[in-house]
Design a protein around this ligand. Structure first.
Ligand code: SF4
Length: 408
């Protein structure tokens, strides 16, 4: 055995099953409303208005991890979406066009994705979510509501925050018209407080990986982040991360690593390759290498949430994100992560269809190597379109990179 499985996975499976069943129930009910939300969109506002919140990116990641995504991308290409654009978008639209969802595989009673009463995006991560949600809004004849966030932000200033805060306040009125209840600031405060608790626990979970040996891998993190993405703002997510954190802390106390005999510690920068999680997880573990941390999993840490000032703190939290920021900020962040997690090397994933979550194209890996002395490897691939990936080439590259670490 090279990798240690997380015991809390059983609870996690139940948490995620309950979440999807609740959405499925809402789809059939006239009394419950469903809002689609981009992954770092204003979920707290939606929950405060009693919407059941569905995240298409999570669904598309499931298409990827169940290795269904690549089959459906051509159907979206056929209606005009280039093979070059986000393969979350193309896989998700393609699967919808063929009336297929991985949810039915996991939960046979679920026949389709939940029908939206409203779709809400924030362009903080990319403009693609707007295009993606617009297509579905048109398809379901449902209203589309959005927040526009500036990109390549260096320092997050008061004017940035005010600009987003105002937009967040302005979406309340159209959402209230669709919701079954009136907006209540106290309810929003409660939800922001739960999101903050979830975020703090998720950060503690990820930070356990700073220990040598690390009790957690990036590949575990991509699975464990589910509640932070789809259930932040609920007690369910908080309860789950308390269980997970206790398990990881016990591993830390008893010196148990996620990978047997950890020799090297890597950082993963960029999107996961959903269809190859197990493949990479096993490959690195065989080499006694632990990929301990990632920008991706860290992206659901929102330390700015503050229930005393919900709109402003949400505006700040959703604008401070790594993906929103300038290269200068990103390099500083990666330097800090390299130090904090005691990293021996960085893997940069150049994801063909996601330029926003790819930082390997404009010299950043080379600059960081000069500044920190930490070597890097660039893997060409994609989040969902496995045709963009050569398993053989990436395996050879990884093995050569580890040999390079051995010789250093
Ligand atoms: S950030 Fe990348 S993967 Fe995510 S929706 Fe935008 S383009 Fe797609």
């Amino acid at each position: 055995m090279y990798r240690k499985e997380i015991a809390a996975n059983n609870e996690l499976k139940q948490v995620m099953a309950d979440y999807y069943h609740e959405l499925n129930h809402a789809t059939k009910s006239d009394d419950e409303k469903i809002a689609w939300c981009s992954s770092v969109g204003p979920a707290e506002i939606l929950r405060s208005l009693d919407f059941k919140v569905y995240f298409p990116e999570n669904h598309s990641a499931l298409l990827g991890s169940s290795r269904m995504a690549t089959d459906f991308i051509p159907y979206a290409n056929a209606i005009g979406y280039s093979p070059e654009v986000c393969s979350y978008l193309t896989a998700d639209i393609g699967a919808y066009l063929k009336n297929v969802t991985p949810l039915s595989r996991a939960y046979p009673e679920i026949k389709s994705i939940p029908k939206p009463d409203v779709l809400v995006f924030n362009t903080n991560q990319c403009r693609e979510v707007q295009d993606w949600f617009s297509w579905f809004a048109n398809e379901f004849k449902a209203p589309l509501v959005g927040i526009s966030t500036p990109r390549s932000v260096g320092t997050v200033t008061n004017s940035h925050i005010k600009f987003i805060e105002q937009q967040m306040e302005e979406i309340i009125e159209p959402l209230e018209k669709i919701s079954t209840i009136r907006f209540n600031i106290n309810k929003l405060k409660e939800i922001v407080s739960l999101s903050r608790e979830c975020s703090d626990l998720w950060k503690k979970v990820l930070d356990t990986a700073a220990t040598i040996p690390s009790p957690l891998t990036f590949f575990d993190g991509t699975i464990q982040m589910g509640p932070a993405v789809v259930l932040r703002g609920t007690q369910i997510a908080v309860d789950y991360y308390e269980i997970l954190l206790a398990e990881l802390q016990e591993r830390v106390e008893t010196n148990i690593g996620a990978v047997d005999n950890e020799r090297y510690r890597l950082y993963w920068e960029g999107m996961p390759i959903w269809g190859r999680l197990r493949h990479y997880s096993e490959l690195f573990a065989r080499l006694k290498v632990c990929v301990v941390a990632s920008t991706y999993c860290n992206s659901w840490i929102f330390t700015a949430f503050n229930e005393r000032d919900p709109f402003r703190s949400m505006a700040k939290a959703y604008t401070e994100l790594f993906i929103v920021r300038s290269d200068e900020y990103k390099e500083k962040y990666l330097r800090e992560m390299t130090e904090f997690f005691k990293i021996d090397g960085i893997i940069f994933h150049d994801a063909k269809t996601c330029p926003h979550n790819t930082n390997a194209r404009y010299g950043m890996p080379q600059r960081l190597e000069v500044e920190t002395g930490v070597p890097n490897l660039i893997i060409n691939g994609d989040l969902n379109d496995v045709r963009c990936l050569s398993d053989e080439q990436s395996r050879t590259g990884i093995e050569a990179f580890i040999e390079q670490l051995e010789e250093a």
